[in-house]
Write a protein that binds this ligand. Structure first.
Ligand code: NAP
Ligand code: ZN
Ligand code: ZN
Length: 347
């Protein structure tokens, strides 16, 4: 038995979205049913719907920035009640046994987590994400959205928020630290808000100055255009952390040179190509290059609570189901300010 719900489906790689239906399973003992209110469009949705990261599972219902209301709970659920405001991010299950899972870092599960979509449950069923009216998930993989954040601006925090919060915290964004954010899109604009709230001095490195006013309003202290050939040279040995949210190839050596002694370059953007740099760019100032993948359930909850406390939500443009194909094109053109969020009532 299952429940049929409306959804937006990509029938095959790169094909336009179509309206259709999917089945949501009946509740298991620890499951909650969530009536989805809003689903953000992450650039990772586009990468997967277009099969830019390798073979994907179709038909695909993307969406891992999900906010909604609990509408039904299984008999053994203790964490949530009907009516609660909740969210789901990039995964809906993990092995719960490996060192990473036991440490609450399910995003690095050794068995591999079950992604919210374009994945399979350990029992074999395809998973489907937030571009749909309901989702059923185990309560341990559901987040509580604090009262202080509206559901529409909270949705993008479930991926863009945690993906930037986690490395900013780990690598020391705070008072006295200088943080650069490369790319002010969905992830980047939330990174600016979070790093500012953490107390860091924040610089945006954007392709042009077209988003400068917004960047300063969101909390950046400085905003530079990387199309200006002098920009990076003028910032030599300036930053403690450079957070790269861009999925295109960059001149890594030029960015590494902007790090101070011991500084850290963090990939969260996922370019398709192999990346290249000179080892001298690291050795010259004991710099590091690292990467960071979303965040675990405890840290995601911490991030939501932090955002509520600091009044942080995403800057969004709400769209209907019929606008999603056009929205994908606009994300690719960096023409979104700063996250598209689907109102799932329009499904
Ligand atoms: P997005 O909204 O498209 O933002 C990316 C930004 O990068 C753009 O707004 C643009 O900012 C800049 N950019 C675009 N093309 C560029 C180019 N050719 N050269 C330089 N800069 C360019 O995407 P997003 O949703 O924030 O996602 C960003 C990346 O992170 C994607 O690869 C996504 O798959 C990945 N991601 C990773 C994780 C993780 O856990 N690590 C989680 C979520 C997403 P400006 O206009 O300011 O230049
Ligand atoms: Zn994402
Ligand atoms: Zn695990």
């Amino acid at each position: 038995m299952s429940t049929t719900v409306s959804a937006l489906l990509a029938p095959s790689a790169g094909a336009p979205f179509e309206r259709g239906t999917i089945e949501r399973r009946d509740l298991r003992a620890h499951d909650v049913r969530i009536d989805i209110a809003y689903a953000g469009i992450c650039h990772s949705d586009i990468h997967q719907a277009r099969e830019e990261w390798g073979a994907a599972i179709f038909p695909m219902v993307p969406g891992h920035e999900i906010a909604g209301i609990v509408s039904e709970i299984g008999p053994d659920v203790t964490r949530y009640a009907v009516g609660d405001r909740v969210g789901i991010g990039c995964f809906v299950d993990s092995c719960r046994e490996c060192d990473a899972c036991l440490a609450g870092e399910q995003q690095y599960c050794e068995r591999g987590f079950v992604a919210t979509y374009n994945s399979r449950e350990y029992s074999g069923e395809d998973t489907h994400g937030g571009y749909s009216q309901q989702i059923v998930a185990d309560e341990n993989y559901v987040l509580s959205i604090p009262e202080g954040i509206a559901l529409d601006v909270a949705a993008p925090l479930l991926c863009a928020g945690i993906t930037t919060y986690s490395p900013l915290k780990r690598f020391g964004a705070g008072p006295g630290a200088r943080v650069a954010v490369i790319g002010m899109g969905g992830l980047g604009h939330v990174a600016v808000k979070i790093a500012h709230a953490m107390g860091a001095e924040v610089t945006v490195l954007s392709q042009t100055l077209s988003k400068k006013e917004d960047g300063l309003r969101l909390g950046a202290d400085h905003f530079y255009a990387t199309s200006d050939p002098e920009t990076l040279g003028n910032l030599r040995k300036n930053f403690d952390i450079v957070l790269n949210t861009v999925s295109a190839d960059l001149d890594l050596d030029a960015y590494l040179a902007t790090l101070k002694l011991g500084g850290t370059f963090v990939y969260v953007g996922l370019p398709e190509n192999k990346q290249r740099f000179r080892s001298a760019s690291l050795i010259g100032a004991r710099r590091s290059i690292t990467g960071s993948n979303i965040g675990g359930i405890p840290e995601t909850q911490e991030m939501l609570d932090f955002c509520a406390k600091h009044n942080i939500g995403a800057e969004i443009e709400i769209i209907g189901a019929d606008d999603v194909n056009a929205a994908y094109e606009r994300v690719i053109r960096s023409d979104v300010r700063y996250r598209f969020v689907i109102d799932t009532r329009t499904l």
